[in-house]
Design a protein around this ligand. Structure first.
Ligand code: HEC
Length: 134
């Protein structure tokens, strides 16, 4: 090994060590509400759901206050027995599972949604739902 390459590899090691202390990928755990709103539109959730309190004029249950609520207990006539008998209380983990594959959570569900396989997109959407449901 020549002197030159030895210095180069020392430099490379120093850069690696520095980037381990300051990883470029670390971000605040804040919700990206704009990205969440876009997903809520693009994934068609908005066609069937609203967060507007006391607005029941949609083909899916109102999501105002959904976090912390028991599944199938909003003022909505179209619930399936499948969802009601799950006994779920909606939190981030349950919502994530639901959006991954509703039919796996409640076989026979009335929600016609195939599922969102992208975990990062689901995290953004669940964060948005949690904020908007307040
Ligand atoms: C075509 C209409 C439709 C679409 C699209 C849709 N939903 Fe639903 N959603 C429903 C229906 C109907 C139910 C009730 C399901 C049941 O009772 O089995 C439901 C149930 C839910 C529930 C449970 C609510 C409760 O009161 O227990 C959540 C949360 C939810 N949907 C979120 C979403 C999200 C997020 C999306 C988009 C990724 C979405 N939905 C897409 C119609 C829809």
């Amino acid at each position: 090994m020549t002197r030159h390459t030895k210095y180069q590899s020392r430099f490379a090691a120093a850069v690696l060590a520095a980037s381990a202390f300051f990883p470029a990928t670390v971000r605040a755990a804040d919700c990206d509400l704009a990205a969440g709103a876009k997903l809520f539109q693009d994934q068609q959730c908005a066609g069937c759901h609203t967060f507007v309190p006391d607005d029941f004029d949609k083909s899916g249950p109102n999501l105002h206050g959904v976090v912390g609520r028991k599944a199938g207990t909003a003022n909505f006539g179209g619930y399936s027995d499948a969802l009601k008998k799950t006994g779920i209380t909606w939190d981030s983990a349950a919502l994530d599972r639901w959006i991954t594959n509703p039919a796996a959570v409640a076989p026979g569900t009335a929600m016609p949604f195939a599922g969102l396989p992208d975990a990062q997109a689901r995290a953004t959407l669940v964060c948005y739902l949690t904020e908007k449901s307040r």
